[in-house]
Design a protein around this ligand. Structure first.
Ligand code: HEC
Ligand code: HEC
Length: 174
C-alpha cells in the first residue's frame, strides 16, 4: 500500500514537472540544446534558437558562412552538415506549437527567405518602439544581441516581464 502511494506521488510529481516546463516552452521558442551548434554558432553571438527562422532561411545562412554578415564564420564540412540538419529539424515549421515560433512563422511570406531574425516582420513590429539610443548604447549595440535585454533568451523565453533594458529597466506597455 505504502509503495503504491509513493509510486503515485512520483508519477504525479514528474507529470507536474513536465507539464510546467513544457508550458514555459510553449510560450516562447524551444531552447537550443545541440552542443555542436551552441559551440560553433554561439561563439560570436547569442546562439539563436532554430525555431526563430524557417528551414529555407537556415539553408541560406549555412550556404553563405564564408561571407556571414561581413565576417567569415565557416565551419568544417561534416560539422556544417550536422548543424544544418539540427537547424532544419528544429526550424519554425517544426515548432509551431510554441507561441513565438508560430508568430514569427506567420509573419514571413512564403516568397521571402530572411537570413536574420531581426528582419522578420514580427520582430520588426515588436521592437519598433524601442528608442534608437537604447539600442546603440555600448551595453546593447544592436537588436541582434537578444540577451542584452531578454534576460532569459537562452532558455527560449522572451516574455515581457523578463525584459530588462540596460540603463532603462523593465519595459512597461502603456
Ligand atoms: C566569426 C563570428 C561568427 C560566427 C562563428 C557565427 N556568426 Fe552569426 N553573425 C555574426 C555577426 C557579426 C552577425 C551580425 C549581427 C551581430 O552583429 O551580432 C551575425 C548574425 C547572425 C544571424 C542574424 C541575427 C539577426 O540579426 O537576426 C544569424 C541567424 C546567425 N548569425 C547565425 C549563425 C549561425 C547559424 C552560425 C553557426 C554556423 C553563426 N551565426 C556563427 C558573426 C558570427
Ligand atoms: C534593446 C533591447 C532588446 C533587444 C536587444 C531585443 N529585444 Fe526583443 N523585445 C524588447 C522589448 C522592449 C520587447 C517588448 C515589445 C512590446 O511588446 O511592446 C521585445 C519583444 C520581443 C518578443 C515578443 C515578446 C512578447 O511576448 O510580445 C520577442 C519574441 C523578442 N522580443 C525576441 C527577441 C530576439 C529573438 C532578439 C534578438 C534577435 C531580441 N528580441 C532582441 C527588447 C529587446
Amino acid at each position: 500500500m505504502k509503495k503504491l502511494v509513493i509510486t503515485s506521488l512520483l508519477i504525479a510529481g514528474s507529470l507536474l514537472a513536465e507539464s510546467s516546463s513544457s508550458f514555459e516552452g510553449r510560450k516562447g521558442v524551444a531552447p537550443a540544446t545541440d552542443s555542436l551548434y551552441l559551440k560553433e554558432c554561439g561563439s560570436c553571438h547569442f546562439a539563436y534558437q532554430p525555431g526563430l527562422l524557417p528551414s529555407r532561411s537556415w539553408v541560406k545562412v549555412m550556404e553563405n558562412l564564408s561571407d556571414h554578415f561581413g565576417t567569415d564564420a565557416s565551419v568544417e564540412g561534416a560539422d556544417s552538415s550536422k548543424i544544418l540538419k539540427y537547424l532544419k529539424d528544429n526550424s519554425t515549421e517544426k515548432f509551431k506549437n510554441y507561441k513565438k515560433t508560430k508568430s514569427i512563422y506567420d509573419s514571413i511570406a512564403t516568397t521571402e527567405t530572411p537570413i536574420a531574425v531581426t528582419k522578420t516582420r514580427y520582430f520588426v513590429q515588436k521592437h519598433r518602439e524601442i528608442g534608437c539610443e537604447l539600442i546603440k548604447q555600448k551595453e546593447v549595440k544592436s537588436l541582434s544581441n537578444c540577451m542584452a535585454c531578454h534576460t532569459k533568451a537562452d532558455k527560449g523565453s522572451y516574455s515581457e516581464r523578463e525584459i530588462n533594458i540596460p540603463n532603462y529597466g523593465r519595459w512597461e506597455d502603456e
